[in-house]
Design a protein around this ligand. Structure first.
Ligand code: DQA
Length: 144
């Protein structure tokens, strides 16, 4: 089964971006790891990252057309983008992931426009949260 792992702005900087908040794993390492983890679960995982909201929306449309689940870390868009929320609502299911514990950070990070329609939400588990999201999707036993 195809699974998309979609990452929003600044997540391509993992490894150098505030490592005390987001950890030392680079985006490239994470992407490679998730493809491997997905393979072990029988998934064909597509890991992507963009700085452009329209591109993220088009990827969500692609996932909707492919009827594929999505692991979504929309970065800062999480907190205010109704356009991303509307596009995410089109996919069969999505798991919202945040590497950091957004609830222990700035006030504006404590609101998510994505959470209401998420199949699950994983917050503050570091980059391991993506693995947890894939495991959650596997546990749903969806048809390929
Ligand atoms: C983040 C949290 C967001 O508030 C922030 O803008 C990010 C990353 C996280 O993974 O912890 O870019 O989604």
């Amino acid at each position: 089964m195809k699974v998309y792992v979609l990452n929003g702005p600044n997540l391509g900087r993992l490894g150098t971006r505030q490592p005390e908040v987001y950890g030392a794993t680079t985006y490239a390492e994470l992407a490679e790891h998730l493809v491997e983890t997905g393979r072990g679960l029988g998934f064909d995982v597509h890991v992507r990252q963009t700085e452009h909201e329209g591109e993220m929306i088009e990827w969500l449309h692609e996932a909707a057309d492919a009827k594929a689940p999505v692991v979504l870390n929309a970065g800062a868009w999480t907190h205010y983008s109704y356009a991303i929320a509307d596009a995410a609502a089109l996919v069969p299911l999505y798991v919202e992931v945040h590497i950091s514990n957004v609830h222990g950070r700035e006030e504006y990070r404590q609101r998510s426009v994505l959470s209401a329609k998420a199949s699950g939400i994983i917050i503050g588990c570091g980059v391991g949260g993506y693995d947890l999201a894939l495991a959650h999707i596997a546990s749903l036993g969806l048809d390929a």
